[in-house]
Design a protein around this ligand. Structure first.
Ligand code: WQD
Length: 340
């Protein structure tokens, strides 16, 4: 019997890529999703890619009855929790939504896991918990000082996990702090499909290239970086997915809690990414320099040493591959996934 892994938010961007890699690594992923930020049609794409349509239970991670069904109907051995909201701007205008889904949801899920004796948990955290420490290279011991409600919600769940493992050392927990996930599976069958106007750079650039958006607005070119535009540690979503498999396997080896940054250790400015995308797509990306976006920091990227040491994992794909794979997905799916 294949090891069953519950993947909450498994039809979302990072969730769906992780489900594909779980299947290919021989696991049996069970998806729990309420489709609040994803489409059902991703399931048939996963089937096309892997030959297997993962079992799906529709519902919200805050719903105890739904969780009872998940844990009673399956033999779940570990949980990867992607379910949550992740837009910084939205979190500033709707904090209750963010603390309810991201924090309350994780607590309800953990409590149910404990009730069913399941104590292996991989948590989708974010580099946003570091805020703006005043330097660019973050390690896992960089002080935590989130500066928006989204980052606060991730920090709160991390705190719950740190205290849970202190009180109950038989839990096996991996906190994974993502840098900037971009790209798509190289088949072009699954990818990032933001609803409405993309807040993030890569999907916006990709929609300009495919003609869905007129031009890119670059938020400031007076930052202390190579060319004045913001620099980030972009990580290919497939590398990120493989990092979750590596974390699951690391949990087999040790009790307690590990916290790992998942990034490449490199950084790319906005203008460098635009040029890389123009090369990958052979399209011009018109842009206009506008004022800085409130809350943005100049640059951040990770020191990837601990991920290599603890997970024996490191990112393999570079910014050109990230742009090529994004472009292939965008060309094959100019309007994103078909509406359900
Ligand atoms: C990247 C760079 C912008 C859009 C966010 C979240 C973070 C994580 C990843 C969840 C910056 C510039 C962007 C545009 C631009 N999400 N930019 N024009 O802000 O680094 O991180 O997404 O975990 O939590 O905060 O990513 O892609 O929005 O911005 O100039 O239209 O691109 O100023 O320098 P960010 P981003």
């Amino acid at each position: 019997m294949e090891t069953q892994i519950l993947v909450t938010g498994g039809t979302g961007y990072i969730g769906s890529h992780t489900v594909v890699e779980l299947i290919q690594a021989g696991y049996d992923p069970i998806i729990l999703d309420n489709f609040s930020n994803s489409k059902r049609s991703v399931l048939e794409q996963i089937k096309k890619l892997t030959g297997k349509e993962p079992k799906l239970i529709e519902g919200d991670i805050r719903n105890e009855k739904v969780l009872d069904r998940v844990f009673q109907e399956n033999k779940i051995e570990a949980v990867i929790n992607f379910a949550g909201r992740k837009a910084v701007g939205e979190s500033q205008v709707n904090p209750l939504l963010y603390f309810s889904i991201n924090v309350e949801g994780s607590i309800v899920l953990l409590r149910k896991m404990k009730e069913y004796g399941i104590k292996r948990f991989v948590f989708s955290s974010s580099a946003t918990v570091y805020g703006d420490p005043g330097y660019d290279c973050f390690t896992e011991s960089t002080p935590l000082s989130p500066i928006n409600n989204y980052g606060e919600s991730k920090w709160m769940v991390e705190e719950v996990l740190r205290r849970l493992v202190q009180a109950e050392p038989d839990w096996k927990v991996a906190i994974l702090r993502y840098f900037n996930p971009v790209g798509a599976h190289e088949s072009g069958l699954i990818g990032e499909d933001p609803s409405g106007i993309p807040a993030n750079l890569m999907p916006f650039v990709s929609q300009v290239a495919v003609g869905k958006r007129e031009k890119l607005r670059i938020f400031g070119n007076d930052y202390p970086t190579r060319d004045g535009t913001g620099a980030r540690d972009y990580i290919h979503v497939v590398d990120l997915a493989l990092g979750h498999i590596a974390a699951l396997e690391a949990l087999n080896k040790n009790d307690g809690l590990i916290t790992v940054n998942l990034g490449t250790g490199n950084n790319t400015t906005v203008l460098e990414l635009v040029h890389a995308f123009e090369k990958a797509s052979d399209k011009q990306i018109p842009y206009e320099i506008v004022e800085r976006r409130p809350g943005d920091v100049a640059a951040y990227y990770t020191d990837p040493t601990l991920a290599k040491t603890l997970l024996n994992w490191e990112a393999q794909r570079d910014i050109n591959k990230m742009c090529e794979d994004t472009w292939r997905w965008q060309q094959m799916n100019p309007q994103g996934y078909p509406e359900d």
